[in-house]
Design a protein around this ligand. Structure first.
Ligand SMILES: [Zn+2]
Length: 634
């Protein structure tokens, strides 16, 4: 597989965004965190595209505006102030966030800027109340070495996180403002990555470097990766919004396959002599009269609503619209995604999939004749409001012309399964202009001295250090580090190492919460203090370590104290005298067991006793008592 990627010269660059858990947000003093809180207030805005200083309106921005979307903001009291609602200018930037970025820049051997200037990047999807996102370049041109290969780091920026979408309904989008303004650090690598596996390795490594700063926020959605992917003779495609490492590899595989196939299609079109002029010459034709009696429900519904059906000849596209570009997605589907984006019209039919969908062979023949189709030609039909026809078919022709060059220059979105879809045109360059509300920050020798006195420790050496010191196996040490549990693990290890092995402590931190979540239990309130309290109970002989999981489960799911949970589980450690009594009871009453061979008999009795007292008595004590009783009884 690696050879295939090499053959097509796959090149991947990553743009990774990490949320930082600083004491405050980037431009105000609200705390960093998300809330379920419902107190707060709502307000509504409609965003307009502002012209940049060059007098151009960004196409992406203009489009969102055209769609006429109204935006509702919801501002939870404890996590927002007048800055998030754009009633007040930004406060001085959070220096902790900037210092983290500077430390990362040093770690990656980068050139740090002399002055940090915040810029405004236009965003008009409503994710920011101001209509722009503030971003500042911190450093340029660095590198790191991983498994003997050198990877370039192009830039590091600090920016503000966007508001989060909670609902999208009709013409309304609702955003929650708690997330708006959380500091983000954006790290962009050079396109040095040559396979999906390598991308995962690099992303993992950069994530660990961020982890080692001590400021990386944890949890779902706290990291977001944009991927730039290209192959030989293609165009760089930007895929946005990958949250998980597993998805990262899948997206690259998917895009690779897609781009290779798009280039194959371009080759066929070239051989058939199709050029941009031949596509531009075609004009969409009203074919409603041919289909007015069609048994296609979709077509009938359009006509009944007063819409018209149009057809467009695509010269040289025969068998290409039905061609699968990636997994099950055909080129025809890519055309459909474009139309949906620009007009909101749900679908189209193309000649490679017809007759079908209720459209008969006879109807196809008549359409072909009407559109004057040649041997290698294809057609597309769309039913829609006549007012949208011009736009829809211009976009079809645009996409068809892009097929001549293979891979279109566009921004795509990623889905969980790794597939990608057309998201929007690539934004123009006119998106950035200076933020005049924030004075530039001079990166003084004092600041440099300060960050150099606090360098980021190499993650690998931290992880090896944990393994060496505690005897934990390396795999588990990696997990402890990656989950951000190093401090908690060290504290637990120092306190409990005489009673519990490092492997057991790691398991309590890693496996128990995972298993609890598997049972549908929210573990977000599982703190160090709670774990410490539960482990202390074992130390004090109140119950055995086998009960730790059950206690955790009850405390977290019912929100009660450890003491109450222990009561509930009837886990109060029982006196050995009681165990002894029970053993004698079994010996005297269970003749069936006493007739068994000695070894099986012993095991059976231990089994019965353990099942009654599990977690409340040390298994070693049970074994001793049973053996003693059997000896005495004989
Ligand atoms: Zn605030």
């Amino acid at each position: 597989m690696k050879d295939v990627y090499r053959k097509y010269k796959l090149k991947v660059g990553l743009e990774i965004h990490f949320q930082l858990n600083t004491m405050r947000k980037l431009f105000c003093h609200c705390p960093v965190g998300l809330t379920h809180e419902t107190r707060g207030f709502k307000f509504e805005r409609r965003l307009r595209p502002t012209q940049s200083e060059l007098g151009q309106v960004d196409p992406a921005a203009y489009f969102e505006f055209q769609k006429g979307v109204k935006i509702i903001y919801y501002a939870p009291e404890d996590y927002t102030c007048l800055v998030e609602t754009d009633e007040e200018p930004p406060h001085t930037p959070c220096m902790d966030a900037i210092k983290v970025a500077l430390r990362v820049a040093r770690f990656f051997n980068m050139n740090i800027v002399d002055e940090i200037h915040f810029m405004r990047k236009v965003v008009i999807d409503g994710s920011n109340t101001t209509g722009f996102q503030r971003t500042a370049l911190i450093a340029l041109n660095g590198f790191f070495t991983l498994d003997n290969k050198r990877y370039g780091i192009q830039s590091i920026c600090v920016e503000e996180e966007a508001a989060r979408i909670v609902e999208k309904k009709g013409n309304y989008v609702t955003y929650l403002l708690d997330r708006l303004g959380i500091p983000l650090i954006e790290i962009s690598t050079s396109p040095d990555i040559e396979s999906p596996e390598e991308a995962v390795k690099v992303a993992e490594y950069i994530g660990r470097v961020l982890q080692a700063t001590g400021y990386r926020r944890r949890g779902l959605g706290t990291i977001r990766q944009d991927i730039n992917i290209s192959i030989m003779d293609g165009t760089v495609v930007e895929v946005k919004g990958v949250q998980k490492l597993e998805t990262l590899a899948e997206v690259i595989k998917y895009e690779f396959e897609r781009q290779v196939n798009l280039l194959k299609i371009a080759e066929v079109l070239k051989n058939r002599g199709v050029d941009a002029d031949s596509i531009d010459r075609e004009k969409h034709v009203d074919i409603t009269s041919i289909l007015k009696a069609s048994s296609s429900k979709i077509i009938r519904r359009v006509i009944d609503k007063g819409g018209r059906v149009y057809g467009l000849k695509l010269p040289g596209f025969k068998d290409l619209l039905g061609f699968k570009v990636a997994r099950d997605k055909t080129l025809g589907k890519e055309f459909a995604e474009r139309i949906r984006f620009w007009t909101g019209v749900g679908g189209l039919f193309h000649s490679d999939e017809l007759p079908g969908y209720g459209i008969s062979k006879d109807e196809v023949d008549r359409i072909s004749k009407e559109l004057d189709l040649g041997d290698h030609d294809a057609f597309i039909i769309i039913g829609l409001d006549p007012g949208l026809a011009e736009l829809a078919f211009n976009k079809i022709k645009e996409r068809a012309k892009e097929a001549l060059n293979g891979v279109p220059y566009e921004t795509r979105g990623a889905l969980e399964d790794g597939s990608t879809y057309y998201m929007r045109p690539r934004p123009g360059m006119a998106r950035m202009y200076p933020e005049t509300d924030i004075p530039p920050i001079y990166v003084s020798p004092e600041i440099i001295k300060e960050i150099e006195s606090n360098p980021i420790q190499d993650p690998e050496s931290i992880i090896r250090g944990i393994a060496d010191k505690t005897g934990l196996n390396l795999d588990k040490a990696y997990q402890i580090f990656d989950e951000g549990l190093v401090d908690i693990f060290n504290k637990l290890y120092n306190k409990f190492r005489k009673r519990f092995s490092s492997g057991f402590l790691a398991s309590v931190l890693l496996d128990y919460p995972k298993a609890l979540e598997g049972e549908g239990i929210d573990t977000s309130s599982l703190t160090y203090e709670l774990i410490e309290e539960i482990l202390n109970g074992v130390m004090n002989g109140l119950y055995e370590k086998e009960s730790i999981y059950d206690i955790m489960k009850i405390v977290l799911s019912e929100g009660i104290s450890v003491e109450k949970a222990v009561d509930k589980l009837k886990l109060k450690k029982i006196e050995l005298e009681e165990v002894r009594k029970y053993v004698y009871e079994i010996i005297s009453s269970r003749e069936d067991i006493m007739k068994m061979p000695p070894d099986i008999r012993r095991k059976r009795i231990i089994g019965i006793v353990m099942s009654k007292y599990r977690g409340r008595v040390n298994p070693k004590d049970v074994i001793n008592i049973v053996e003693e009783a059997l000896k005495n009884g004989l």
